[in-house]
Design a protein around this ligand. Structure first.
Ligand code: NI
Length: 174
């Protein structure tokens, strides 16, 4: 079975709002939405999605990390749900890495992100989570959590030419 979802694209005002914290972890609608998003991300092989991208202004995201052609050494992370997440950088070091986003189809950006972060959040049952993330894992988490604050990756670019269509970016930057 394939889940089809309408993903909001850059320019939709709902992508620029600060999402509200989840207060009721037992809410059936929340749990159903999480199931739907997990199935969607698995089916399509995506690396993550945040609630505001489907028009839900609440603070939850889903992500996973898989090694890719570009990042073959990325340490895999299983599909993870983060609710009301908070990030603390563990050093000032930032690294540039390639990011794409379901809300900016066909585009790719080279975006600075903290290399090493601590993440505090809740899982889907309301249990507190705390872990550290580095490199690709840290990048994916920062990208998804930015969505909760109404931030799309173009706002993070150091210079505008660090973003473009996938084909052009990969041809010129490899
Ligand atoms: Ni995104």
């Amino acid at each position: 079975m394939t889940t089809e979802l309408q993903i909001l694209r850059m320019g939709d005002v709902r992508l620029y709002q600060v999402a509200k914290p989840v207060t009721d972890f037992n809410d059936q609608q929340l749990q159903d939405t999480l199931d739907m998003l997990i199935e969607f991300v698995r089916d399509k092989g995506y690396s993550g999605i945040a609630a505001p991208q489907i028009g839900i202004s609440q603070r939850f995201v889903i992500y996973c990390v898989k090694p890719s052609a570009r990042y073959p050494d990325a340490e895999p992370q299983p599909l993870t749900v983060l609710i009301n997440p908070i990030i603390t950088p563990l050093s000032d070091t930032q690294v540039l890495s390639y990011e794409s986003c379901l809300s900016l189809p066909g585009l790719l950006g080279k975006v600075p992100r903290y290399q090493h972060i601590r993440v505090n959040a809740f899982d889907r049952h309301g249990q507190a989570l705390e872990f550290t993330a580095q490199d690709r894992h840290a990048m994916v988490v920062q990208h998804e959590i930015d969505h909760l604050d109404g931030i799309l990756y173009p706002a993070r670019l150091k210079q505008s030419q660090d973003m473009g269509f996938i084909e052009e970016m990969l041809t010129q930057n490899c």
